[in-house]
Ligand binder design. Structure first.
Ligand code: PMT
Length: 404
């Protein structure tokens, strides 16, 4: 995600400075080149050696260090940054930026950079609520500075409240977001993910192997690209994606209610969920007792949510999925016409590395005008971006979605 990106990470003096080490590790794991600048106070909490070891780059601490100036220099660091992160950012540092003070290496480099700056504040609750701090933060937001956190929790000073450093994994997510194109800005994206469960009795249900990974990857990618995202998810073991409105449902009928309730306000709908086509006709109130012979289950059809939104569509761009085990393209094309879709993502779930409960997928993207794009095995995260690329292209080309 951050391959070939240069990130300058400023670390200021607060107890949360140790968490910046984890952030460096996460950034490096994503492929970023990380250069750390520490304030003098930060070096009282964590040694530069920690950051040097994790980033595999020299750590910068002094504004006037001849050796550093020869090698890199603060202006050079400011110029090379694709993104500047400060974590933790103290009230002091935020106050300095807001006042235009550049009196050490970190504040000078921030003043000189043209890259986006993402600040992850951490401080005592009363400092955070102090009107002077609030004004500084407001001012920086107006000037386009980005903020990640802080969050509420137990603070090192003993207070409980807002002021705790945001989780490094979420700071990483905000960093990726800051570097993503905003080609879905203004879009309301509705994504479905995961399986549904259709209860037979209080302890048994019918379901499928969907893990939710495909749908969650689409929701995360759409949010990174500037969309306002709602995710309707069946029962899965994944964490709720940061910054995405997540609605948890269990059955096909609950999923239908959640989707229909949000459909009108949506501009793009992506239906990656594996919704049950059938449910037990009746749900027993008590656990069904076993008897000697076989048992026959009567199943009733669930509502086809995709077909239903196809009938109600006005200007929404609808992407359906098709999980097929035979005649992949033929069945997918039939679904486009029947359900008034703009695009379908057809996965042959018999192929290794495709479909349910794996991190990868192999699909054909078929658009309403019959274009077929055969994609190779790839991570679901990469596929999510390609699907969204095609949605953006089709919308930009002014291909009017089929009306209902
Ligand atoms: O969740 P993962 O483990 O990552 O796996 C991903 C996936 C295999 C679930 C995903 O890639 C996928 O193919 N999702 C659709 C699975 C499916 O139910 O396919 P289908 O051919 O049965 O349904 C076609 C479309 O109709 C789908 O968009 C489905 O959401 C929708 N549908 C189906 C039945 C129903 N009652 N209502 C619906 O809206």
């Amino acid at each position: 995600m951050l391959r070939e990106k240069t990130i300058v990470l400023g670390v200021t003096g607060g107890i949360a400075a140790y968490k910046a080490a984890e952030l460096v590790r996460l950034l490096v794991k994503q492929g970023a080149a990380v250069h750390v600048i520490m304030t003098r106070a930060a070096t009282e909490f964590v040694t530069p050696l920690t950051f040097q070891t994790l980033s595999a780059n020299p750590v910068h601490t002094e504004l006037f260090s001849l050796v550093e100036e020869q090698d890199i220099g603060h202006i050079s660091l400011a110029d090379r940054a694709d993104l500047f992160i400060v974590a933790p950012a103290t009230a002091n540092l935020i106050g300095k930026i807001a006042a235009g003070i550049a009196d050490d290496l970190l504040s000078t480099t921030i003043m000189a950079t043209k890259s986006p700056v993402l600040l992850a504040p951490a401080m005592n609750t009363n400092m955070y609520l102090n009107p002077i701090y609030r004004e500084n933060e407001e001012k920086l937001r107006r000037h386009g500075y980005l903020f990640a956190g802080p969050v509420s929790g137990q603070l090192a000073c003993g207070w409980e409240g807002e002021g705790k450093l945001q989780d490094p994994a979420i700071i990483l997510e905000e960093a990726i977001c800051a570097l993503s194109p905003k080609d879905l800005g203004g879009e309301q994206v509705l994504v479905t993910a995961g399986p549904t469960r259709e209860e037979l009795d209080p302890v048994r249900y019918l379901s499928n192997h969907s893990s939710g990974k495909m749908g969650y990857a689409i929701a995360v990618a759409a949010r990174r690209r500037g969309a306002c995202v709602t995710l309707v998810t069946g029962p899965v073991c994944l964490d709720e994606p940061h910054g995405v409105e997540t609605i948890r449902v269990v059955s096909a009928s609950e999923m239908r209610e959640a989707v229909l309730g949000r459909f009108e306000a949506s501009t793009i709908v992506v239906k990656a969920a594996a919704v049950a086509d059938y449910r037990p006709e009746t749900r027993a109130g008590n656990k069904i007792k076993k008897s000697v012979g076989n048992m026959v289950l009567n199943l009733a059809r669930t509502h086809d949510i995709l077909a239903e939104i196809g009938r109600h569509k006005t200007s929404q761009f609808i992407v359906g999925f098709a999980a097929e085990t035979e005649d992949l393209a033929g069945n997918a094309v039939k679904k486009i016409a029947e359900k008034k879709l703009d695009m379908i993502v057809a996965n042959d779930v018999t192929r290794e590395g495709a479909g349910f409960a794996v991190d990868t997928n192999i699909v054909k993207l078929i658009s309403r005008d019959g274009r077929v794009e055969d994609l190779p095995l790839m991570a679901k995260e990469s596929l999510a971006d390609i699907i969204l690329d095609r949605v953006v292209e089709m919308k930009n080309q002014g291909r009017r979605p089929a009306s209902g």
